[in-house]
Structure formats: structure tokens, C-alpha cells
Design a protein around this ligand. Sequence first.
Ligand SMILES: [Fe+2]
Length: 245
Amino acid sequence: MLKLVQVSDCHVSAETGATYRGVDPRATLAAVVDAVIDWGPDLVLVTGDLSEDGSESSYAWLADELARIPAPRVATPGNHDEPEPMLRHFPASAVDTPLAFEDDWQLIAVGSAKPGEIPGRFTPDQLAALDSLLASDGRPALVALHHQPWPVGSPWIDRYPLLEPEGFHELLARHSRVKLVLWGHVHQDVVLRQGGLTGLGCPSTVSNSLPGQERFTPDPAGPACRWLELERSGEFRTGLLRPAD
Ligand SMILES: [Fe+2]
């Protein structure tokens, strides 16, 4: 069994003490990291908006903080991220080329964020690379990106989805060993069944919204990240990890 943690939408700024939606993202991230260390993952997947301002120092701080977790990290950028400083501090980041991590499952991160754009999209080259990675292996597979590839039912964020998702949907339909698709960006826990696979939206480590809202509406449950236990058979279990009180 592979133990995976998904951490998303940390929105850390250069300035210490800067807040995101009224919350200190460094304090909440540190508390989430403590909970992750207690849970003991084999791998940490970071699905975008690591930084709020794309600053070098935000990535440096975040990389140091996540390094407290004794597990490798794979990341992919969000619409707030700057690929160059991100890659300096998170060298295992899927920006243009998908990145695969292979264990009991094949885990593939794909960069959906494009410079200067809030919604996401995949280029034909990215879809072709994903297609050949999925054709190269027989294990159960998981694909992770920043933007939601299906609407999540919250108009404030469904304005900025993965655009033109048909090519991605078609690829998933052809590769039935993809059991899970994971994304961030939506700042809430989402579980969607899509044919034979499950889509999971991850809460933010700083501030989340209640589901089904026209506008971002703070969820009093606070920050969280996602845990997943992936069985070699393709079965999985998942839930949320929250900081201890
Ligand atoms: Fe985002």
C-alpha cells in the first residue's frame, strides 16, 4: 500500500505575516505539516498555488517547511505560481512535461497552469505525453493537476476551470486504469464519480469555502489536506487531515 498526501493552495507570500483571506498561510501550513508528519506519508503531492505572489522567498520558505516531512515531493504549479523560482525550490515539478512517480500505482502530475491565465488548459503536447505515459504501464494510475477538469458546483471557482477539457476526458475514458484524478484550486473537499474513476478536489492549507456557493464563503472547519491509501489492487481510501486543535 502506498500512503499519499495531497497538499494544495498554500498561498504563501514573500512577506512574513502577510495574510490570505484574513488567515496567516505560514501558520496554517506549519500546523498542517505537523498533522502530515504524524500520519506518515510515503509521498507528498503539491497541486498548485504554492505561492500567492510567485516570490523566490515564498518557495524557499515552503520548501523548507515541507522538508520536515520525511517523504519525496512532486509538485505542479497553479495560476498564482511562477515556474522558474518554483522549479528552483521544487525541482520535481510538472510544468510543461508530465512527471511520473511509479510505485504500487503510477502517479502522474501534469501542469495545467499557463502564464498570465487564471483558468487552466493542457497543450496537445502535454496530452500526447500523458497518453504515452499511460500506455507504458499496467498499474492503477492517478493523474494530478491544479484546475478542476469537471465543474464542482461552486460558481465562484467554476468560472476558472480546466478549459477545453474534452481531450483530457477522452484520454481518461481510453485508459481505464486511471482510478483517480486529483486537483486543487477549488479550496474545498470535492468527490465526483466520473464513469469508472473518482475525481477529488482538495481543500487548501490556508482558507476554504463552503460548497455550492456563488461567492467564496469561508468554511469554519479551516485548513486541511487530503490523505490517500492506494492498494496495489486499485482500491483506495481517502479522507482529510486537519491540524490538531
Ligand atoms: Fe488556483
